[in-house]
Design a binder for this molecule. Sequence first.
Ligand SMILES: [Zn+2]
Length: 174
Amino acid sequence: MASLKKQYEQIEKERGDILKEINELKKNEVIKRFYELQNKNIKLASEQITLYKKLKVKEYDSCNHIWVNTLHDYDSCEGRSDDYYGCIKCGLDQRVFEISSRLRSIDYLTLEQQVMYEYMYGRYVTYKGINTYIECDLDLARNFYTKLKEENKNINDEQVIDLLKNNLKLVKKK
Ligand SMILES: [Zn+2]
């Protein structure tokens, strides 16, 4: 008991000295500036996230999607299969539902994935735009789309889909 009390008092004194020194340092101009900048940075980071979410929602809202099938998931225990779709234009990706159910939480999703999750939750997003039912890798298809758009700004969605189908046939032949 006496030894515990002694330990406690020792720590209390040590912390008292530390706090005194911290308070002295806080008067230093450089350190004052450090705290000022750190607080500003935290505030701006939070504003940036809010704006990022708003921008993404606007981008998803204004996209006339082209969907491809990014994952065909078959559950042999339940005999149930699920299809997940992704948009090659704006990048919306239904696989965020598969990932979050596998991880049993949306907390482990990246910010981009969380925004997608919130946007698509309870919404039939694939009703908008064209569903091609083409099975392919979303990143690959998105790169393909970006390149096509760079080369020809006036290309329409039907042309994009035809070219994507032909391109995939070429990939499979190899
Ligand atoms: Zn889209």
